[in-house]
Each structure stands twice: as structure tokens, then as C-alpha cells.
Design a protein around this ligand. Structure first.
Ligand SMILES: [Ca+2]
Ligand SMILES: [Ca+2]
Ligand SMILES: [Ca+2]
Ligand SMILES: [Ca+2]
Length: 388
């Protein structure tokens, strides 16, 4: 009798899990790191940094320390290593920018706009150099900007909107090119923004403080003279991102305006982003934004950190609609940085969140229903054997 009740309750648990998972995605939250007290996380970026094939994280601290967190074989457990200190809040990006096939760390220092690098020199060693000094705060994005398959650096200086690129020469050096000036601007993204062209052609998106949104299209390799005004938003564009937001195979532009309005500019044809939709208004400034497929259904989602510390996920569904989910509320805290990537051995994406309190939290997807059912069936079989 007792064993039968156990079996029935197990079946009920399975049914509950299955029905619950249809509505909202469940996440398992781990606090994986904390800085020294009083020091915040200013940035994070995901990528393999110790050449073992598993993704790690570069972390920037608000006091300028650079750390790397390496994934272990256990979900939610990372090893932390200090790399260097640059004395002021820093931004970090992980990608191969030396051209040897291994990920490096690109670093920007907010106080003077200086651009630095730590090149991977071994399984867990790095070599430092200053790349350039830009004089005041910059935003940078990494991507191939001259159609040679090697990752370059796009640089936007906030104060005067000077947009430049540093293209890597494949042996660790960079060539500098000024692309244009935008006045005050800090929203920058890159992407393949004209689907009629070769996929290697990457374009640059700039959002100005005045609210103007531009795409600078790449013509011949590394030539960005062709600029198009896409839309006017009437107030500061705080964040931009690129990705296919309606599953038609063409990249679109996601825009966050200072008042919390989130828009999409849909690519409707070659160099044509004339369809604009307001996706939502979150009512406050968006402090951080990440695009990626957070639920592994093949459709690009986005996650944002609102000024009041709310962590919101928008899951793309068929037809280009979005399911809204509040993942957490970090009251009184700024969500400074977000990253989407595979951060355990499950092969499924997770969300990494960097906070002004100094904490780094990771939201892992709980196993999908099929996996739960298989595990549960194993459990049922064991109970049956035991009851004989
Ligand atoms: Ca690794
Ligand atoms: Ca390149
Ligand atoms: Ca699209
Ligand atoms: Ca998705």
C-alpha cells in the first residue's frame, strides 16, 4: 500500500512538472561568484579562456580588476583567477582578436577610454598590452569588419560619437580607421544587416543620444561609407542589439529608448528597415541587454536589466511575438551585465548576470520535460522492482 502511494505521488509530480514547463521556462539560479565587499561587477563576457572547449567567463570589476571564471565539471561551480587590475571600471569582451584561433580578452577602461588586450598565450595564461587610448569612455563590439574571417574591434566614443574600427592583422596588431562622427552616442552593435549580401559582410549599427538610429553598411571589404538613417526615436537610444526577431532569416535591430520603450526595426528588404514595432515598454531605463537563444528553440530571445533591478526575459515565439517572464528582482541593485551561453555540460544555454553588488548569478535551464520523464521512468522501474 505504502509503495503504491509513493508511485502515485511520483506520477503526480511528473505530471505537474510536465504541465508547468509548458507555461514558463524554469531556471535554477546559482550564485557563482562574489567580489570583495563594496566592489561591483562592471562587465562580463562568455567564451572558452583555458582552451578546454568549455565556455568560461571574463569579469570586469568596478575597481578595474579583471578576472576569469573557468567552468568545472559541476554545474554552478567555477574557479576564479585574478588576471590584472586597471584601476577604474572596465568592460570586457571575449573573442579571438589575435588571430591564432584561441580566445583572448579585450578590455576597455571607462575612465579614459583606453583599449587593452590580454592575449591567450597557453592553456590558462595571458599576455597584456595596451592597444590604444581614446581619451574618454567608449563602447566596443567585436566582429569581423573586413570580410577576412578574423575578429576586429568596433569602437564608439560616447562623448562625441566618434566611430572607428581596429582591424586585426592576424599577428596581434591592429590597423585604425575612423568611420564617422555621430555627436553623443553610446549604443553600438554589429551584424549581417543586409540578407541579400554574402554572410561574411558585417555592418555596424549606431544609436545616438538624440534618438537617431543608423546602419552603416559595409561595401567593399572594410569600407563603411554607405550610411542609412533607419529611424528617429526622439530621445536617447540606450541599447541596441541585432538578431532575427521574427524568424524570417533576416537580422533585425532591437532598440531600447531611455524611457524603457523597446522597439524592433524589421529588415524587410535590402537596406530597408522600414517596419517598426513597439514590442513593449518596461517603464524605466534599460541598463543591460543581451540577445541569444536562452531556451534553445532556435529563435533569438532577449534579456534585459531594468533600472529598478528587475531581470526580464522575452522569449520569441512563432510569428515574432514574445513571451514575457520576470526572472528575478534585485531591488536596489543595478544589473550591469548579461551574457547568454552554454555554462555547464548540458549543451543548453544559461544566463549569466553581473550585479553592482559584486555578485555573479547564473540561471540554468532545468532539464527539459523529456529528460525529466526519462529520469522519472527510471525511478518508477526501481520502485516496482523493490515492491516485488
Ligand atoms: Ca574553458
Ligand atoms: Ca577581420
Ligand atoms: Ca528578421
Ligand atoms: Ca529561443
Amino acid at each position: 500500500m505504502k509503495k503504491q502511494r509513493k508511485f502515485v505521488s511520483l506520477v503526480l509530480v511528473i505530471l505537474t512538472l510536465l504541465s508547468g514547463s509548458c507555461m514558463a521556462l524554469d531556471f535554477q539560479k546559482y550564485n557563482v561568484f562574489n567580489t570583495d565587499s563594496g566592489v561591483g561587477i562592471s562587465s562580463l563576457s562568455i567564451g572558452d579562456l583555458n582552451r578546454d572547449g568549455s565556455s568560461d567567463m571574463a569579469l570586469g570589476w568596478s575597481n578595474g580588476q579583471l578576472w576569469r571564471l573557468s567552468q568545472t565539471g559541476t554545474r554552478g561551480v567555477f574557479t576564479g583567477n585574478w588576471i590584472q587590475t586597471l584601476g577604474a571600471p572596465i568592460g570586457v569582451n571575449v573573442a579571438d582578436i589575435s588571430g591564432d584561433g584561441y580566445n583572448d580578452i579585450e578590455i576597455t577602461r571607462n575612465s579614459d577610454g583606453s583599449l587593452h588586450r590580454q592575449y591567450s598565450t597557453g592553456s590558462d595564461t595571458f599576455g597584456y598590452a595596451l592597444i590604444a587610448n581614446n581619451g574618454s569612455m567608449i563602447t566596443t563590439v567585436l566582429g569581423d569588419l573586413n570580410q577576412n574571417g578574423k575578429t576586429d574591434i568596433a569602437v564608439l566614443r560616447a562623448a562625441d560619437g566618434a566611430l572607428s574600427m581596429r582591424t586585426q592583422n592576424g599577428t596581434g596588431g591592429f590597423s585604425y580607421t575612423l568611420l564617422g562622427n555621430y555627436g553623443a552616442a553610446s549604443a553600438l552593435a554589429i551584424g549581417h544587416m543586409d540578407a541579400t549580401r554574402d554572410p561574411l559582410v558585417t555592418d555596424v549599427v549606431v544609436g545616438r543620444d538624440s534618438g537617431s538610429l543608423y546602419v552603416r553598411y559595409q561595401g567593399a571589404a572594410g569600407n563603411f561609407t554607405n550610411q542609412k538613417l533607419i529611424a528617429e526615436f526622439g530621445q536617447k537610444i540606450t541599447q541596441v542589439g541585432t538578431g532575427d526577431l521574427n524568424a524570417d532569416g533576416k537580422n533585425d535591430v532591437l532598440v531600447a529608448r531611455l524611457d524603457g520603450s523597446i522597439y524592433e526595426q524589421i529588415q524587410v528588404g535590402s537596406q530597408d528597415f522600414s517596419t517598426q514595432n513597439l514590442i513593449m515598454n518596461v517603464g524605466q531605463e534599460v541598463k543591460s541587454l543581451a540577445l541569444g537563444d536562452l531556451d534553445n528553440d532556435g529563435l533569438i530571445d532577449f534579456v534585459l536589466g531594468r533600472a529598478d533591478g528587475s531581470l526580464l526575459a522575452e522569449f520569441q515565439r512563432a510569428g515574432g511575438t514574445f513571451d514575457h517572464q520576470v526572472l528575478s528582482i534585485y531591488a536596489g541593485t543595478t544589473i550591469t551585465s548579461l551574457g547568454i551561453g552554454a555554462l555547464d555540460g548540458s549543451g543548453r544555454n544559461a544566463l549569466a548576470v553581473g550585479l553592482s553588488t559584486g555578485a555573479v548569478d547564473i540561471y540554468y535551464q532545468i532539464p527539459e520535460p523529456a529528460t525529466i520523464a526519462l529520469l522519472a521512468l527510471g525511478g518508477v522501474a526501481m520502485i516496482r522492482r523493490g515492491s516485488k
